[in-house]
Design a protein around this ligand. Structure first.
Ligand code: ADP
Ligand code: XUL
Length: 531
Protein backbone atom coordinates (compact mmCIF):
# COMPACT_ATOMS: atom_id res chain seq x y z
CA UNK A 1 0.00 0.00 0.00
CA UNK A 2 1.32 3.48 -0.77
CA UNK A 3 1.19 5.88 2.13
CA UNK A 4 -0.84 9.09 1.78
CA UNK A 5 -1.49 11.97 4.21
CA UNK A 6 -4.73 10.19 5.16
CA UNK A 7 -3.02 6.89 5.99
CA UNK A 8 -3.26 5.60 9.54
CA UNK A 9 -1.37 2.88 11.42
CA UNK A 10 -2.60 0.45 14.04
CA UNK A 11 -0.52 -0.69 17.03
CA UNK A 12 -1.61 -3.46 19.40
CA UNK A 13 -0.27 -4.42 22.84
CA UNK A 14 -1.31 -7.62 24.57
CA UNK A 15 0.04 -7.14 28.11
CA UNK A 16 -0.51 -9.27 31.20
CA UNK A 17 -3.76 -7.60 32.26
CA UNK A 18 -5.19 -6.09 29.09
CA UNK A 19 -5.24 -5.81 25.31
CA UNK A 20 -4.76 -2.27 23.98
CA UNK A 21 -4.91 -0.64 20.57
CA UNK A 22 -3.80 2.74 19.31
CA UNK A 23 -4.44 4.24 15.88
CA UNK A 24 -2.07 7.00 14.78
CA UNK A 25 -2.06 9.29 11.76
CA UNK A 26 0.74 9.83 9.29
CA UNK A 27 2.21 12.50 11.66
CA UNK A 28 2.35 9.82 14.40
CA UNK A 29 -0.34 11.56 16.46
CA UNK A 30 -2.81 9.41 18.34
CA UNK A 31 -6.31 9.40 16.83
CA UNK A 32 -8.02 6.57 18.72
CA UNK A 33 -7.35 4.24 21.62
CA UNK A 34 -9.28 1.26 22.95
CA UNK A 35 -8.67 -1.46 25.49
CA UNK A 36 -10.09 -4.67 26.91
CA UNK A 37 -9.34 -5.65 30.53
CA UNK A 38 -9.15 -9.41 30.87
CA UNK A 39 -10.44 -9.79 34.45
CA UNK A 40 -13.47 -7.54 34.18
CA UNK A 41 -14.35 -7.69 30.47
CA UNK A 42 -13.89 -11.46 30.20
CA UNK A 43 -14.80 -12.78 33.67
CA UNK A 44 -15.73 -16.21 32.26
CA UNK A 45 -12.03 -17.02 31.99
CA UNK A 46 -11.58 -16.46 35.75
CA UNK A 47 -8.21 -14.72 35.62
CA UNK A 48 -6.79 -12.47 38.34
CA UNK A 49 -4.53 -9.79 36.94
CA UNK A 50 -4.90 -11.54 33.58
CA UNK A 51 -3.42 -14.82 34.79
CA UNK A 52 -4.27 -18.03 36.62
CA UNK A 53 -1.96 -18.93 39.51
CA UNK A 54 -2.34 -22.66 39.99
CA UNK A 55 -3.50 -23.57 43.51
CA UNK A 56 -1.54 -26.87 43.64
CA UNK A 57 1.74 -25.18 42.71
CA UNK A 58 1.95 -21.40 42.78
CA UNK A 59 5.04 -21.45 40.56
CA UNK A 60 2.75 -22.42 37.67
CA UNK A 61 1.20 -19.31 36.10
CA UNK A 62 -0.85 -19.48 32.90
CA UNK A 63 -3.45 -17.64 30.81
CA UNK A 64 -6.00 -19.07 28.34
CA UNK A 65 -5.08 -18.21 24.72
CA UNK A 66 -8.79 -18.28 23.80
CA UNK A 67 -9.28 -15.33 26.19
CA UNK A 68 -6.74 -13.33 24.17
CA UNK A 69 -8.59 -14.25 20.94
CA UNK A 70 -11.92 -13.19 22.41
CA UNK A 71 -10.32 -9.97 23.64
CA UNK A 72 -9.29 -9.22 20.06
CA UNK A 73 -12.91 -9.65 18.89
CA UNK A 74 -13.99 -7.15 21.57
CA UNK A 75 -11.14 -4.73 20.88
CA UNK A 76 -11.95 -4.47 17.18
CA UNK A 77 -15.63 -3.89 17.98
CA UNK A 78 -14.63 -1.12 20.41
CA UNK A 79 -12.43 0.50 17.76
CA UNK A 80 -15.36 0.36 15.35
CA UNK A 81 -17.65 2.01 17.90
CA UNK A 82 -14.95 4.65 18.49
CA UNK A 83 -15.26 5.57 14.81
CA UNK A 84 -12.07 4.07 13.40
CA UNK A 85 -12.09 3.95 9.61
CA UNK A 86 -10.37 0.60 9.09
CA UNK A 87 -10.00 1.19 5.35
CA UNK A 88 -7.40 3.91 6.01
CA UNK A 89 -5.05 1.65 7.97
CA UNK A 90 -1.95 1.21 5.80
CA UNK A 91 -0.25 -1.27 8.13
CA UNK A 92 -0.46 -2.73 11.59
CA UNK A 93 1.93 -4.26 14.08
CA UNK A 94 1.87 -5.30 17.69
CA UNK A 95 3.67 -6.23 20.88
CA UNK A 96 2.88 -8.70 23.62
CA UNK A 97 4.03 -9.90 27.01
CA UNK A 98 7.25 -11.80 26.39
CA UNK A 99 8.16 -15.48 26.81
CA UNK A 100 4.61 -16.97 26.91
CA UNK A 101 3.93 -19.80 24.45
CA UNK A 102 0.84 -20.73 22.44
CA UNK A 103 0.33 -24.28 21.15
CA UNK A 104 -1.76 -24.69 18.00
CA UNK A 105 -3.37 -28.10 17.54
CA UNK A 106 -3.26 -30.09 14.30
CA UNK A 107 -5.68 -28.55 11.78
CA UNK A 108 -5.51 -25.04 13.26
CA UNK A 109 -3.79 -23.58 10.19
CA UNK A 110 -6.62 -24.58 7.88
CA UNK A 111 -9.11 -22.95 10.32
CA UNK A 112 -7.04 -19.73 10.33
CA UNK A 113 -6.98 -19.74 6.54
CA UNK A 114 -10.74 -20.15 6.15
CA UNK A 115 -12.30 -17.92 8.79
CA UNK A 116 -15.94 -16.99 8.23
CA UNK A 117 -16.33 -13.17 8.50
CA UNK A 118 -19.88 -13.51 9.86
CA UNK A 119 -18.69 -15.15 13.04
CA UNK A 120 -16.41 -14.17 15.93
CA UNK A 121 -12.81 -15.41 15.93
CA UNK A 122 -13.17 -17.06 19.33
CA UNK A 123 -16.12 -19.20 18.18
CA UNK A 124 -14.15 -20.47 15.21
CA UNK A 125 -10.82 -21.00 16.98
CA UNK A 126 -12.20 -22.58 20.16
CA UNK A 127 -10.65 -25.98 19.41
CA UNK A 128 -7.43 -24.72 17.86
CA UNK A 129 -5.21 -24.77 20.95
CA UNK A 130 -3.68 -28.07 22.07
CA UNK A 131 -2.78 -26.42 25.39
CA UNK A 132 -5.72 -24.45 26.75
CA UNK A 133 -3.67 -22.69 29.45
CA UNK A 134 -0.54 -21.09 28.01
CA UNK A 135 2.43 -20.67 30.34
CA UNK A 136 3.23 -16.94 30.74
CA UNK A 137 6.21 -14.87 31.88
CA UNK A 138 5.22 -15.10 35.56
CA UNK A 139 5.69 -18.88 35.58
CA UNK A 140 8.74 -20.11 37.50
CA UNK A 141 8.17 -23.87 37.43
CA UNK A 142 10.92 -25.03 35.03
CA UNK A 143 14.09 -25.03 37.16
CA UNK A 144 14.82 -28.65 36.20
CA UNK A 145 14.56 -27.92 32.46
CA UNK A 146 16.72 -24.78 32.89
CA UNK A 147 19.59 -26.75 34.43
CA UNK A 148 19.33 -29.38 31.69
CA UNK A 149 19.51 -26.74 28.96
CA UNK A 150 22.51 -25.03 30.55
CA UNK A 151 24.31 -28.37 30.95
CA UNK A 152 23.63 -29.26 27.30
CA UNK A 153 25.54 -26.22 26.01
CA UNK A 154 28.36 -26.12 28.57
CA UNK A 155 26.91 -24.13 31.48
CA UNK A 156 25.02 -20.89 32.19
CA UNK A 157 27.64 -18.53 30.78
CA UNK A 158 27.93 -20.53 27.56
CA UNK A 159 24.14 -20.36 27.17
CA UNK A 160 24.20 -16.59 27.87
CA UNK A 161 26.94 -16.09 25.30
CA UNK A 162 24.90 -17.98 22.70
CA UNK A 163 21.31 -16.90 23.40
CA UNK A 164 21.73 -13.62 25.35
CA UNK A 165 20.58 -15.05 28.70
CA UNK A 166 21.42 -17.91 31.03
CA UNK A 167 18.39 -20.19 31.42
CA UNK A 168 15.44 -18.48 33.09
CA UNK A 169 12.35 -20.31 34.28
CA UNK A 170 9.95 -18.10 32.31
CA UNK A 171 11.86 -18.36 29.02
CA UNK A 172 10.08 -20.27 26.26
CA UNK A 173 12.67 -23.01 25.61
CA UNK A 174 12.48 -24.41 29.16
CA UNK A 175 8.67 -24.02 29.05
CA UNK A 176 8.42 -26.08 25.85
CA UNK A 177 10.81 -28.65 27.36
CA UNK A 178 8.50 -28.96 30.38
CA UNK A 179 5.50 -29.58 28.14
CA UNK A 180 7.38 -32.28 26.27
CA UNK A 181 8.60 -33.88 29.55
CA UNK A 182 5.20 -33.92 31.21
CA UNK A 183 2.72 -34.21 28.32
CA UNK A 184 4.54 -35.72 25.30
CA UNK A 185 1.35 -36.65 23.44
CA UNK A 186 0.09 -33.06 23.69
CA UNK A 187 3.45 -31.86 22.38
CA UNK A 188 3.20 -34.24 19.43
CA UNK A 189 -0.36 -33.15 18.64
CA UNK A 190 0.85 -29.52 18.35
CA UNK A 191 1.45 -28.39 14.76
CA UNK A 192 2.92 -24.99 15.59
CA UNK A 193 4.22 -23.07 18.60
CA UNK A 194 3.83 -19.28 18.66
CA UNK A 195 4.97 -16.66 21.11
CA UNK A 196 2.09 -14.52 22.41
CA UNK A 197 3.20 -11.80 19.96
CA UNK A 198 3.31 -14.06 16.89
CA UNK A 199 0.00 -15.67 17.93
CA UNK A 200 -1.79 -12.31 17.63
CA UNK A 201 0.05 -11.58 14.36
CA UNK A 202 -1.18 -14.97 13.06
CA UNK A 203 -4.79 -13.96 13.75
CA UNK A 204 -4.40 -10.84 11.60
CA UNK A 205 -2.47 -12.68 8.90
CA UNK A 206 -4.81 -15.68 8.64
CA UNK A 207 -1.81 -18.02 8.71
CA UNK A 208 1.12 -18.69 11.03
CA UNK A 209 3.19 -15.56 11.51
CA UNK A 210 6.97 -15.82 11.82
CA UNK A 211 8.55 -15.05 15.18
CA UNK A 212 10.65 -11.87 15.17
CA UNK A 213 14.32 -11.83 16.25
CA UNK A 214 13.75 -9.54 19.19
CA UNK A 215 10.99 -11.52 20.95
CA UNK A 216 12.65 -14.80 19.88
CA UNK A 217 15.68 -13.68 21.93
CA UNK A 218 13.58 -14.32 25.05
CA UNK A 219 13.39 -18.07 24.48
CA UNK A 220 16.92 -19.37 25.27
CA UNK A 221 16.77 -20.95 21.79
CA UNK A 222 17.97 -18.30 19.31
CA UNK A 223 21.64 -17.76 18.54
CA UNK A 224 21.53 -13.94 18.84
CA UNK A 225 24.70 -13.55 16.76
CA UNK A 226 23.66 -15.58 13.69
CA UNK A 227 19.89 -15.08 14.25
CA UNK A 228 19.30 -18.77 13.66
CA UNK A 229 17.91 -21.34 16.04
CA UNK A 230 20.65 -23.02 18.05
CA UNK A 231 20.35 -26.69 17.12
CA UNK A 232 21.93 -27.70 20.44
CA UNK A 233 19.32 -25.75 22.40
CA UNK A 234 16.40 -27.01 20.31
CA UNK A 235 17.56 -30.59 20.73
CA UNK A 236 17.92 -30.27 24.47
CA UNK A 237 14.31 -29.00 24.80
CA UNK A 238 12.17 -31.19 22.51
CA UNK A 239 12.24 -33.14 19.21
CA UNK A 240 11.25 -31.58 15.84
CA UNK A 241 11.15 -28.16 17.41
CA UNK A 242 12.57 -26.15 14.46
CA UNK A 243 9.59 -27.27 12.38
CA UNK A 244 7.09 -26.24 15.06
CA UNK A 245 8.67 -22.79 15.46
CA UNK A 246 9.25 -21.83 11.81
CA UNK A 247 12.05 -19.51 10.64
CA UNK A 248 12.44 -16.26 12.64
CA UNK A 249 12.58 -12.91 10.78
CA UNK A 250 13.75 -9.32 11.52
CA UNK A 251 11.20 -7.45 13.67
CA UNK A 252 10.52 -4.86 10.97
CA UNK A 253 9.55 -7.48 8.34
CA UNK A 254 6.34 -7.05 6.39
CA UNK A 255 4.72 -10.47 6.72
CA UNK A 256 1.94 -10.02 4.17
CA UNK A 257 -1.56 -8.56 3.74
CA UNK A 258 -4.22 -8.68 6.45
CA UNK A 259 -6.48 -11.73 6.05
CA UNK A 260 -9.79 -11.58 4.18
CA UNK A 261 -11.60 -12.07 7.47
CA UNK A 262 -10.64 -8.53 8.57
CA UNK A 263 -11.29 -7.07 5.13
CA UNK A 264 -14.81 -8.43 5.03
CA UNK A 265 -15.78 -8.13 8.69
CA UNK A 266 -14.30 -4.70 9.53
CA UNK A 267 -13.57 -3.10 6.15
CA UNK A 268 -9.76 -3.20 6.30
CA UNK A 269 -8.15 -2.49 2.95
CA UNK A 270 -6.93 -5.70 1.24
CA UNK A 271 -3.62 -3.79 0.87
CA UNK A 272 -3.19 -3.29 4.63
CA UNK A 273 0.13 -4.92 5.60
CA UNK A 274 0.83 -6.93 8.73
CA UNK A 275 4.28 -6.19 10.16
CA UNK A 276 5.91 -8.76 12.48
CA UNK A 277 4.78 -8.47 16.10
CA UNK A 278 7.38 -8.33 18.89
CA UNK A 279 7.74 -8.37 22.69
CA UNK A 280 6.34 -5.54 24.84
CA UNK A 281 9.78 -4.44 26.00
CA UNK A 282 11.17 -4.15 22.45
CA UNK A 283 7.88 -2.39 21.60
CA UNK A 284 8.47 0.10 24.45
CA UNK A 285 12.01 0.74 23.25
CA UNK A 286 10.47 1.87 19.95
CA UNK A 287 7.61 3.82 21.57
CA UNK A 288 9.90 5.73 23.94
CA UNK A 289 12.07 6.82 20.97
CA UNK A 290 15.24 6.00 22.87
CA UNK A 291 18.31 7.97 21.80
CA UNK A 292 21.83 6.61 22.10
CA UNK A 293 22.86 6.28 25.74
CA UNK A 294 19.29 6.51 27.10
CA UNK A 295 18.10 4.17 29.80
CA UNK A 296 14.35 3.46 29.99
CA UNK A 297 13.17 2.73 33.54
CA UNK A 298 9.59 1.49 33.68
CA UNK A 299 8.10 1.57 37.18
CA UNK A 300 4.98 -0.57 36.86
CA UNK A 301 3.74 -3.63 38.73
CA UNK A 302 7.19 -5.00 37.93
CA UNK A 303 10.11 -2.68 37.17
CA UNK A 304 11.93 -3.06 33.86
CA UNK A 305 15.08 -1.42 32.54
CA UNK A 306 15.85 -1.19 28.84
CA UNK A 307 19.25 -0.24 27.45
CA UNK A 308 20.29 0.37 23.90
CA UNK A 309 23.46 -1.69 23.27
CA UNK A 310 25.73 -1.61 20.27
CA UNK A 311 27.46 -4.84 21.22
CA UNK A 312 26.15 -7.85 23.10
CA UNK A 313 27.72 -8.57 26.45
CA UNK A 314 28.02 -11.93 28.15
CA UNK A 315 26.10 -11.83 31.37
CA UNK A 316 25.60 -13.52 34.66
CA UNK A 317 22.13 -11.96 35.04
CA UNK A 318 19.77 -10.04 32.74
CA UNK A 319 19.06 -10.38 29.06
CA UNK A 320 20.44 -9.31 25.71
CA UNK A 321 17.85 -9.19 22.93
CA UNK A 322 18.27 -8.42 19.24
CA UNK A 323 17.14 -4.86 18.56
CA UNK A 324 13.66 -4.53 17.02
CA UNK A 325 14.76 -1.58 14.86
CA UNK A 326 18.16 -2.25 13.36
CA UNK A 327 20.06 -5.32 12.22
CA UNK A 328 23.14 -6.16 14.29
CA UNK A 329 22.43 -3.99 17.32
CA UNK A 330 21.05 -5.18 20.63
CA UNK A 331 19.05 -4.12 23.66
CA UNK A 332 19.72 -4.97 27.30
CA UNK A 333 16.74 -5.92 29.45
CA UNK A 334 16.31 -6.38 33.18
CA UNK A 335 13.01 -7.38 34.72
CA UNK A 336 12.35 -7.11 38.48
CA UNK A 337 9.10 -8.64 39.74
CA UNK A 338 9.21 -6.60 42.97
CA UNK A 339 8.50 -3.10 41.68
CA UNK A 340 5.18 -1.59 42.76
CA UNK A 341 4.29 -4.73 44.72
CA UNK A 342 6.52 -3.88 47.73
CA UNK A 343 6.05 -0.12 47.10
CA UNK A 344 2.30 -0.61 47.55
CA UNK A 345 2.81 -2.80 50.65
CA UNK A 346 5.13 -0.35 52.42
CA UNK A 347 2.89 2.56 51.41
CA UNK A 348 -0.07 0.74 52.95
CA UNK A 349 1.87 -0.07 56.12
CA UNK A 350 3.45 3.37 56.63
CA UNK A 351 0.75 5.76 55.32
CA UNK A 352 -2.40 3.64 54.88
CA UNK A 353 -1.99 4.05 51.15
CA UNK A 354 -1.40 7.79 50.67
CA UNK A 355 1.27 8.51 48.02
CA UNK A 356 1.18 12.14 49.20
CA UNK A 357 2.31 11.16 52.72
CA UNK A 358 4.72 8.57 51.28
CA UNK A 359 6.40 11.35 49.29
CA UNK A 360 6.58 13.62 52.37
CA UNK A 361 8.22 10.84 54.37
CA UNK A 362 10.70 10.19 51.58
CA UNK A 363 11.58 13.89 51.39
CA UNK A 364 12.00 14.20 55.15
CA UNK A 365 14.99 11.81 55.24
CA UNK A 366 18.48 12.59 53.90
CA UNK A 367 20.17 10.82 50.98
CA UNK A 368 21.89 7.77 52.48
CA UNK A 369 19.16 7.34 55.13
CA UNK A 370 21.53 7.69 58.14
CA UNK A 371 23.26 4.47 57.00
CA UNK A 372 20.09 2.35 57.08
CA UNK A 373 19.55 0.09 54.08
CA UNK A 374 16.77 -2.31 53.02
CA UNK A 375 15.81 -4.84 50.34
CA UNK A 376 12.20 -5.94 49.98
CA UNK A 377 11.02 -8.89 47.89
CA UNK A 378 7.35 -9.84 48.36
CA UNK A 379 7.50 -12.45 45.58
CA UNK A 380 10.34 -14.60 44.26
CA UNK A 381 12.62 -12.11 42.51
CA UNK A 382 14.11 -12.84 39.09
CA UNK A 383 17.36 -10.89 39.60
CA UNK A 384 18.62 -11.86 42.16
CA UNK A 385 16.74 -15.09 42.91
CA UNK A 386 15.68 -14.13 46.47
CA UNK A 387 12.51 -13.52 48.49
CA UNK A 388 11.78 -11.80 51.83
CA UNK A 389 12.63 -8.51 53.60
CA UNK A 390 16.20 -7.61 54.57
CA UNK A 391 16.88 -4.56 56.75
CA UNK A 392 20.35 -3.43 57.84
CA UNK A 393 21.28 -0.62 60.25
CA UNK A 394 24.22 1.78 60.06
CA UNK A 395 26.57 -0.85 61.51
CA UNK A 396 25.50 -3.36 58.83
CA UNK A 397 23.65 -5.45 61.41
CA UNK A 398 20.52 -7.27 60.23
CA UNK A 399 17.48 -5.75 62.02
CA UNK A 400 13.84 -6.84 61.97
CA UNK A 401 12.43 -3.30 61.73
CA UNK A 402 13.44 0.32 61.40
CA UNK A 403 12.83 2.99 64.02
CA UNK A 404 10.47 5.11 61.92
CA UNK A 405 8.23 5.07 58.86
CA UNK A 406 10.37 7.67 57.11
CA UNK A 407 13.45 5.46 57.38
CA UNK A 408 11.47 2.47 56.08
CA UNK A 409 10.15 4.39 53.06
CA UNK A 410 13.59 5.70 52.08
CA UNK A 411 15.22 2.30 52.65
CA UNK A 412 12.75 0.72 50.22
CA UNK A 413 13.21 3.25 47.42
CA UNK A 414 17.00 3.56 47.79
CA UNK A 415 17.38 -0.24 48.01
CA UNK A 416 15.31 -0.75 44.84
CA UNK A 417 17.21 1.80 42.75
CA UNK A 418 20.64 0.80 44.03
CA UNK A 419 19.81 -2.77 42.94
CA UNK A 420 18.58 -1.51 39.53
CA UNK A 421 21.86 0.41 39.08
CA UNK A 422 24.12 -2.51 40.09
CA UNK A 423 22.46 -4.85 37.60
CA UNK A 424 22.31 -2.22 34.84
CA UNK A 425 26.06 -1.70 35.24
CA UNK A 426 26.61 -5.45 34.97
CA UNK A 427 24.69 -5.32 31.71
CA UNK A 428 27.05 -2.68 30.28
CA UNK A 429 25.36 0.55 31.38
CA UNK A 430 27.80 3.42 31.87
CA UNK A 431 26.49 6.88 32.74
CA UNK A 432 28.01 9.45 30.35
CA UNK A 433 27.53 13.21 29.91
CA UNK A 434 24.55 12.82 27.59
CA UNK A 435 22.91 9.95 29.43
CA UNK A 436 19.22 10.40 30.24
CA UNK A 437 16.84 8.19 32.16
CA UNK A 438 13.42 8.05 30.51
CA UNK A 439 11.01 7.11 33.31
CA UNK A 440 7.61 5.61 32.60
CA UNK A 441 4.98 3.47 34.39
CA UNK A 442 2.62 4.24 37.30
CA UNK A 443 5.25 5.30 39.87
CA UNK A 444 6.88 7.74 37.41
CA UNK A 445 4.12 10.18 38.43
CA UNK A 446 5.90 10.53 41.77
CA UNK A 447 8.65 13.16 41.57
CA UNK A 448 10.07 12.34 45.02
CA UNK A 449 10.65 8.75 43.87
CA UNK A 450 12.20 10.03 40.61
CA UNK A 451 14.58 12.28 42.58
CA UNK A 452 16.00 9.21 44.31
CA UNK A 453 16.31 7.53 40.89
CA UNK A 454 18.26 10.55 39.53
CA UNK A 455 20.54 10.59 42.59
CA UNK A 456 21.26 6.87 42.66
CA UNK A 457 22.17 6.78 38.95
CA UNK A 458 23.67 10.31 38.99
CA UNK A 459 21.74 10.95 35.78
CA UNK A 460 18.89 13.41 34.98
CA UNK A 461 15.43 11.85 34.79
CA UNK A 462 12.92 12.73 32.06
CA UNK A 463 9.31 11.67 31.58
CA UNK A 464 7.18 11.45 28.51
CA UNK A 465 3.40 11.58 28.27
CA UNK A 466 3.27 8.02 26.95
CA UNK A 467 1.13 5.65 28.95
CA UNK A 468 1.04 2.97 26.27
CA UNK A 469 4.59 2.90 24.95
CA UNK A 470 4.42 -0.68 23.60
CA UNK A 471 1.21 -0.11 21.60
CA UNK A 472 2.48 3.22 20.33
CA UNK A 473 5.85 1.68 19.48
CA UNK A 474 4.02 -0.96 17.45
CA UNK A 475 2.13 1.68 15.50
CA UNK A 476 5.46 3.46 14.81
CA UNK A 477 6.96 0.14 13.70
CA UNK A 478 3.97 -0.45 11.39
CA UNK A 479 4.78 2.79 9.58
CA UNK A 480 8.57 2.46 9.77
CA UNK A 481 8.53 -1.00 8.18
CA UNK A 482 6.91 0.51 5.07
CA UNK A 483 9.39 3.36 4.66
CA UNK A 484 12.65 2.12 6.19
CA UNK A 485 14.36 1.83 2.82
CA UNK A 486 14.12 5.60 2.41
CA UNK A 487 14.43 6.98 5.97
CA UNK A 488 15.76 6.29 9.45
CA UNK A 489 13.63 5.79 12.56
CA UNK A 490 15.26 8.89 14.07
CA UNK A 491 14.21 11.02 11.12
CA UNK A 492 10.72 9.57 11.10
CA UNK A 493 10.20 10.53 14.77
CA UNK A 494 12.29 13.76 14.85
CA UNK A 495 9.22 16.03 14.98
CA UNK A 496 7.73 14.38 18.10
CA UNK A 497 7.83 16.38 21.38
CA UNK A 498 10.95 15.86 23.48
CA UNK A 499 10.67 14.30 26.94
CA UNK A 500 10.46 16.68 29.92
CA UNK A 501 13.28 17.03 32.44
CA UNK A 502 11.83 16.37 35.91
CA UNK A 503 14.79 15.75 38.26
CA UNK A 504 18.53 16.32 38.20
CA UNK A 505 20.94 14.62 40.58
CA UNK A 506 22.36 16.50 43.59
CA UNK A 507 26.10 17.16 43.67
CA UNK A 508 26.75 14.79 46.58
CA UNK A 509 24.82 11.92 44.95
CA UNK A 510 27.80 9.84 43.85
CA UNK A 511 29.56 10.13 47.18
CA UNK A 512 26.43 8.73 48.85
CA UNK A 513 25.39 6.06 46.38
CA UNK A 514 28.62 4.58 44.99
CA UNK A 515 29.37 2.96 48.37
CA UNK A 516 25.73 1.88 48.65
CA UNK A 517 25.99 -0.05 45.35
CA UNK A 518 29.02 -1.91 46.77
CA UNK A 519 27.04 -2.54 49.95
CA UNK A 520 24.17 -3.99 47.92
CA UNK A 521 26.46 -6.38 46.08
CA UNK A 522 27.96 -7.63 49.35
CA UNK A 523 24.51 -8.02 50.97
CA UNK A 524 23.14 -10.05 48.05
CA UNK A 525 26.20 -12.29 47.98
CA UNK A 526 25.68 -12.95 51.64
CA UNK A 527 21.92 -13.59 51.31
CA UNK A 528 22.45 -16.02 48.41
CA UNK A 529 25.22 -17.88 50.29
CA UNK A 530 23.05 -18.31 53.38
CA UNK A 531 19.93 -19.51 51.49
P1 ADP B 1 1.19 -2.07 35.04
O1 ADP B 1 2.53 -2.71 35.22
O2 ADP B 1 0.07 -2.93 35.52
O3 ADP B 1 0.99 -1.44 33.69
P2 ADP B 1 1.30 0.72 35.96
O4 ADP B 1 2.49 1.14 35.18
O5 ADP B 1 -0.04 1.26 35.59
O6 ADP B 1 1.21 -0.86 36.10
O7 ADP B 1 1.60 1.09 37.51
C1 ADP B 1 0.68 0.82 38.52
C2 ADP B 1 1.33 1.15 39.85
O8 ADP B 1 1.66 2.53 39.89
C3 ADP B 1 0.44 0.94 41.05
O9 ADP B 1 0.54 -0.37 41.55
C4 ADP B 1 1.00 1.95 42.06
O10 ADP B 1 1.89 1.31 42.94
C5 ADP B 1 1.86 2.88 41.23
N1 ADP B 1 1.54 4.30 41.46
C6 ADP B 1 0.48 5.00 41.01
N2 ADP B 1 0.56 6.29 41.45
C7 ADP B 1 1.69 6.40 42.19
C8 ADP B 1 2.34 7.45 42.91
N3 ADP B 1 1.83 8.67 42.96
N4 ADP B 1 3.50 7.16 43.54
C9 ADP B 1 4.03 5.92 43.50
N5 ADP B 1 3.47 4.89 42.84
C10 ADP B 1 2.31 5.12 42.19
C1 XUL C 1 10.55 -9.46 30.37
C2 XUL C 1 9.34 -9.96 31.09
C3 XUL C 1 8.19 -9.04 31.27
C4 XUL C 1 7.06 -9.36 30.33
C5 XUL C 1 5.85 -8.62 30.83
O1 XUL C 1 11.58 -10.36 30.35
O2 XUL C 1 9.27 -11.09 31.50
O3 XUL C 1 8.58 -7.69 31.17
O4 XUL C 1 7.42 -9.06 29.01
O5 XUL C 1 5.00 -8.16 29.94
Amino acid sequence: MTISDESTFLGIDLSTQQLKAVVINNELQTLHEAQVQFDCDLPEFRTHGGVVIHPQDSRVVTAPPLMWVKALDMLLDRLRVAGVDFSQIASLSGAAQQHGSVYWSKGALSKLESLNPDRFLHEQLATCFSVTQSPVWMDSSTTEQCRRLEDAVGGPLALAELTGSRAYERFTGPQIAKLFDTRPSTYHSTERISLVSSCVASLFLGKYAALDYSDASGMNLLNIHTKEWSQECLKSCAPDLAEKLGEPVPSYSVLGPVSDYFVERYGFSPDCRVVAFTGDNPGSLIGMCMAEGDLVVSLGTSDTLILDLKKPQTLGEGHILCSPLTPDTFMGLLCFKNGSIPRNRINEKCTEGSWQIFSELLDSTPRGNFGNFGLYYDVQEIVPFVVGDYRFNKAGVHVSRFASNEVEVRALIEGQFVARRAHAEDLGFIAGNNTRILATGGASKNHCILQVLADVFNVPVYTQEVSNSAALGSAYQAKFALIRESTTFKDMTAHLPSPTLVCSPYKDAQAVYNPMVARYRAAIKNILQNK
